[in-house]
Structure formats: structure tokens, C-alpha cells
Write a protein that binds this ligand. Structure first.
Ligand code: SP5
Ligand code: ZN
Length: 353
């Protein structure tokens, strides 16, 4: 399989996120991806590539899933922040005010503090000098992985951070800025797949991906995740969210209580894959978070290292060309082994071309 790595990921290396009244060290760190690369050096399950440097095509692809005013804001946010006060160059940006029910979201405020609130949904996702460059190169990885699969590869992996599945049409949050899985799905659609499915196996609901495709029937979105009644991102991911308008029936949420057993998790995976088959998807995008791991510091499922091999094998048996995007996973030292286990199980079980 082809693996597209984000060589610029380290430029996003923020310090602190807001958690329970304190600023605590960010969970989403560059070391996560370094561990995956180190494991791939030990177990080369695929070939490493840099993404295509096709800027105009990437911008067009991003504009198909994100709002122009959001992309413009994010691209210029750091320069605006430093222009407000040169001393800001030593600080990461965190929002502190948001428009909630009854507030206006249609008026673009002049204030930078107001705009960063308008375009975000939590205070856990700092923006820093290199955030845009890192996220954009990650999006290039997702697009290149989808193009490789459109061109005949059975499987490709976008090995990137920051992750993407919480980022919506015009908002960031959950450590995510550009939605790599959505970009991969849209790219597969644009290059020949009539119907695509996104299967999100991160511990957290893929709220951004769901929102991007909620009104569409060409991209099925399926997510298995910690029940939002108790788990982040709380305000989306319930079982009764089925899609709207033309997209009604093209969204499936499989929320599971914190503490769910591995056996029950794999049963939910079967239900998700059954929906993918019923959609008659021609290609599959897997939003691959390994924060379902038993040792994850912020999550509540119990998968072990071997279970990720089984996950990869099962994904291969879906029989579809597959693009994977790297999402969460915060047991940093185990992220590499768990991610490469998925890839190894997948590659071992793919049909021979
Ligand atoms: C991509 C991804 O996995 N994003 C996750 C963002 C989660 N941010 C909020 C973290 C809340 C942590 N709750 C910890 C409970 C520990 N007992
Ligand atoms: Zn997650």
C-alpha cells in the first residue's frame, strides 16, 4: 500500500489546551506520528511517499468541503494574531467566546477574538504559527491517498496530524482543522466513485464529517464511538441522527457506552460495514483513530494491540478500495504499533490484484 506522510506535521506543536478549568499539555503531539514512522521503519507494510504538490487542485478540493471564509480565516489567522500585538508571537491562539443558540452566525465580526470563536467549537484546539501549513500538507496527503486509490491502488494511508474528523464545513475543534477523511471521500467521488462510504472508528464521534455530508446521499457516513451523552464531542453523534433531505438514511451513528467490551465493539463494526455494503459504496474511507486502545488516557474502550490486526483484516474483507486517514490516539508510545497493526492486517488480507 502507499503511505503519504506529512513532512510538515511538526509545525503544529501547540502547548496547552483548556481542560476542566486548567490549561493542560496538549494530548495531540508530534511524537504520535513519529512513533508511527518508527514502527513503519521496523515493519515496512507499505511504501512512503510525499503528497503531490498540486496547490490549485488542492485549494479547489478544500473549497468543495469547507466554506471559503473559514479557509481564508484559518490561512491568515496567525498573521492577524501577531499583527494585533507582536508579543502574541510567543502565545498559541485559543478561542474564548462562541455564538450559541440565538446569536448571529451570519455576521462576520471585525474582532479577531469573535471570529476565532465563530469558526471553532472548543478551547482544546490551539492554533499556532505552523497550524495552517501542517493541516494543509495533511490535506494534500489525504487527497493524494484518494487519488492513488482512484488510480487503481487497493489501499492508501494518509499518515498525518493534526487529525481531521472533528473539523466541519466552517469550524475547527477536537484538535482538527481540515477534514482529511471528508476530503478523501470527495476526491474519490470526483474521480469516478459514484458512491463512497466513510467509516469512522476513532473513539470520538466524527461530527465534522457527519455535518459536511449530512444532506447528501452519495457519501454515507458511519461512526462508532463513545456515547455523546457522556463523551466528547457531546453535542452530536446520537443514534437518531440519520441525515436530512436527500441525505436522509445516509448517516449512521453507533454510540457505545464508555467501558464497552471489545466483543461489542466488533459487533458494532459489523453493523457499520453492513451499512457500507447496503449503500453499495464503490470505495471506503476509514477515519482511523486508535484512541479505542485500552491504554488511551482520554478514552473509554478496551481494544488491545492484537485487535488492531483483526480490524485491518476485517476492513480488507469489506472488499472495497480503501483510503485511511490518521485521526486520534493518545497513548503515545503505543500509537505506532496499533496503527501499523491495522495496516499490516489490511495488507495481509487484501485480495491479490
Ligand atoms: C481527533 C480526536 O481524537 N480528538 C479528540 C478531542 C478530545 N478533546 C477533549 C478531551 C476531553 C478529555 N476528557 C478526558 C477524560 C479523562 N478521564
Ligand atoms: Zn478521538
Amino acid at each position: 500500500m502507499k503511505i503519504f506522510r506529512n513532512a510538515l506535521h511538526r509545525r503544529h506543536d501547540a502547548r496547552l489546551e483548556m481542560y476542566r478549568g486548567r490549561l493542560v499539555p496538549c494530548h495531540e503531539t508530534p511524537a504520535r506520528l513519529d512513533h508511527v514512522l518508527a514502527e513503519l521503519a521496523r515493519r515496512p507494510v507499505g511504501s512512503l511517499h510525499d503528497p503531490a504538490p498540486d496547490d490549485a487542485a488542492l485549494d479547489a478540493a478544500l473549497a468543495a468541503i469547507h466554506a471559503p471564509r473559514y479557509l481564508d480565516f484559518l490561512a491568515g489567522a496567525w498573521d492577524e494574531w501577531v499583527a494585533l500585538d507582536p508579543a502574541n508571537a510567543d502565545l498559541d491562539i485559543l478561542p474564548a467566546v462562541w455564538p450559541v443558540r440565538g446569536f448571529r452566525a451570519d455576521v462576520l465580526p471585525e474582532s479577531f477574538a469573535a471570529r476565532i470563536g465563530l469558526f471553532s467549537f472548543d478551547a482544546g484546539s490551539p492554533v499556532m504559527a505552523g497550524t495552517w501549513a501542517a493541516a494543509r500538507e495533511g490535506a494534500a496527503c489525504a487527497r493524494s491517498a484518494a487519488l492513488a486509490v482512484s488510480g487503481g491502488e487497493r489501499a492508501a494511508f494518509a499518515l498525518t496530524r493534526p487529525p481531521g474528523h472533528h473539523a466541519g464545513p466552517d469550524f475547527f475543534g477536537g484538535y482538527c482543522f481540515l477534514n482529511n477523511a471528508a476530503l478523501a471521500a470527495q476526491t474519490l467521488r470526483d474521480h469516478g466513485a459514484a458512491r463512497v462510504a466513510v467509516l469512522d472508528v476513532d473513539y470520538h464521534h466524527g461530527n465534522g464529517t457527519q455535518t459536511i455530508f449530512y444532506g447528501r446521499d452519495d457519501v454515507l457516513t458511519v461512526s462508532l464511538h463513545g456515547d455523546p451523552r457522556t463523551e466528547y464531542p457531546f453535542f452530536l453523534g446520537h443514534a437518531d441522527e440519520r441525515g436530512e433531505g436527500a441525505g436522509l438514511g445516509a448517516n449512521l451513528n453507533l454510540p457505545l457506552p464508555r467501558g464497552t467490551s471489545v466483543a461489542t465493539w466488533f459487533e458494532a463494526l459489523e453493523a457499520g460495514l453492513a451499512a457500507v455494503a447496503a449503500h453499495r459504496a464503490e470505495a471506503l474511507v476509514v477515519a482511523l483513530g486508535v484512541d479505542t486502545f485500552e491504554g488511551d488516557p482520554i478514552s473509554g474502550f478496551h481494544l488491545r494491540a492484537d485487535d488492531y490486526l483483526r480490524l485491518g483484516e476485517r476492513l480488507a474483507r469489506a472488499g472495497l478500495p480503501v483510503v485511511l486517514t490518521m485521526e486520534g490516539g493518545y497513548a503515545v508510545a503505543e500509537v505506532g504499533g496499533n496503527v501499523v497493526n491495522v495496516l499490516e492486517g489490511l495488507v495481509a488480507s487484501l485480495p491479490r490484484p
